[in-house]
Design a protein around this ligand. Structure first.
Ligand SMILES: Cc1cc2nc3c(=O)[nH]c(=O)nc-3n(C[C@H](O)[C@H](O)[C@H](O)COP(=O)(O)OP(=O)(O)OC[C@H]3O[C@@H](n4cnc5c(N)ncnc54)[C@H](O)[C@@H]3O)c2cc1C
Length: 408
């Protein structure tokens, strides 16, 4: 069994692990990033890629702390895309520089519209009908379109940019090829010697000063096995996301109604075969992972018939993707925490970013913790080639099973 050494080992290659890896490497730490499945994580590749500024949350009037803590994030991401941020995302792609908040016409719509306008700042304004983005007028939407300058990123390209800067330090804990994003196991690691700074994986014995666990769902069982779970509380919130393809134009919209969650949040992605896909979250997807996919399609049909009536769904294919959001436990039921969660235990730090958008804040929160633990950058780079290389996982729109809408 090979033995390797690093300043820090990060376990879990979703956005939390990848961003932290890239930022710590830039700061001179010798970091090994271990992926259990393919690189890109589970939730991360399933994300819609929206870099939230908090408007969506502030709109509900309920989670102002969240809206506040997230508002600084878009600038960090945009700086990084320009090569001027804490990590280098110059190789990543922006899918859209802004989104639209679609507020249906009528009394309720104008109330929400009024609220939105009061909150609006420099980057949020009503778009005159003649200036609506290509495609939006063809949906038949009747209401107000608000410009929101929140970018949407192409997440597979973000993953490649973050891992690609130091590919030799991104390795797999598996002896096999590790090409699936969904695999996770409680039995990957022997954490019994963690207090002696040793983690044993199926492929290596690893010595490090600090272990950062960014394994989402896997974190809690790992903490339990390492007897680090005192006072640790986590939560899962399920989703059954919807897909439609091949769609005629790009949409990056939040379709809002009277409820605190949008009726549908629609983003656009491209399959490996070049087909354009609409990815649908929001209320249409808020259900148990094992719910009948027909319920998702029925909610989408209803929303489109009412608000985007000119879109003919019958010509599309449809798919669903079940996935959990995994986070630290929130005080408010059904909601996410207001910031990333870090559980600090001995020489281990267990992390949940809460949102992809929050990855830079998570890394910033980790820095003083490393300082407290006396973990300093060695400005070296170890050779990790004894461990198997990790592969990139595919995004969900390339793995789901498609059916014709007209057959359902
Ligand atoms: C459908 C959906 C859409 C979303 N859209 C957005 C959005 O538009 N904007 C936004 O800001 N946020 C969004 N989010 C939230 C965001 O995706 C998550 O907060 C973020 O991706 C979590 O990152 P992570 O690295 O903690 O987890 P993950 O991406 O899930 O990565 C965890 C990794 O750990 C690995 N792992 C699991 N168990 C083990 C183990 N035992 N040992 C080792 N590794 C293990 C997994 O295989 C995985 O690779 C969305 C979430 C979902 C589910």
């Amino acid at each position: 069994m090979p033995e390797v050494k690093a300043d820090i080992v990060i376990v879990g290659a979703g956005i939390a692990g990848l961003w932290t890896f890239a930022e710590l490497r830039k700061r001179g730490y010798d970091v090994l990033l271990l992926a259990s499945g393919g690189v890109g994580g589970t939730q991360t590749l399933a994300a819609q890629g929206i870099i939230h500024s908090g408007l969506k949350y502030a709109l509900t009037g309920k989670v102002n702390k969240l809206a506040h803590s997230i508002s600084a994030m878009p600038d960090v991401w945009l700086d990084s895309l320009r090569g001027e941020g804490p990590v280098d995302l110059t190789a990543a792609r922006m899918a859209a520089s802004s989104q639209q908040l679609l507020i249906p016409g009528g009394l309720v719509g104008s109330m929400v519209s009024g609220l939105t306008k009061r909150m609006l700042g420099r980057d949020v304004y009503e778009i005159p009908r003649g200036d609506w983005p290509v495609g939006l007028p063809d949906t038949g939407f009747n209401g107000t379109a608000i410009h929101m300058s929140e970018p949407v990123l192409d997440i597979p390209s973000v993953v490649r940019a973050l891992a690609g800067a130091s590919p030799d330090s991104v390795r797999s804990v598996r002896a096999n090829d590790g090409s699936s994003a969904n695999e996770s196991s409680e039995d990957f690691f022997d954490t019994t010697q963690l207090d002696k700074d040793i983690l044993v994986t199926p492929t290596a014995t690893i010595k490090a000063s600090c272990f950062i666990f960014t394994s989402a769902e896997g974190n809690h069982p790992i903490a339990r096995a390492a007897k680090h779970d005192e006072h640790l509380k986590t939560q899962k919130r399920p989703l059954l996301m919807g897909f439609l393809k091949p769609v005629p134009f790009d949409l990056f919209v939040h379709l809002v109604g009277t409820s605190e969650k949008p009726i549908a949040t629609i983003t656009t992605h491209t399959t490996h075969a070049g087909e354009r896909v609409w990815y649908l979250g929001g209320q249409v997807a808020e259900r148990e992972k094992d719910a009948d996919p027909a319920m998702v399609l029925s909610a989408i049909r209803k929303a489109f018939a009412k608000y985007l009536p000119k879109i003919d769904l019958a010509s599309f294919e449809f798919a669903v993707y079940p996935v959990d959001r995994v986070e630290g436990k929130s005080e408010s039921k059904g909601w996410m925490p207001d910031t990333p969660t870090i559980h600090d235990a001995g020489n281990a730090l267990y992390c949940w970013p809460t949102k992809l958008t929050f990855a830079p804040l998570l890394a910033r929160m980790l820095l003083p913790k490393l300082e407290e633990k006396g973990v300093r950058p060695s400005h070296t780079q170890s050779d990790f080639s004894a461990l198997p290389p990790a592969k990139f996982a595919p995004p969900p729109w390339d793995t789901v099973t498609w059916d014709r809408v007209s057959d359902r």
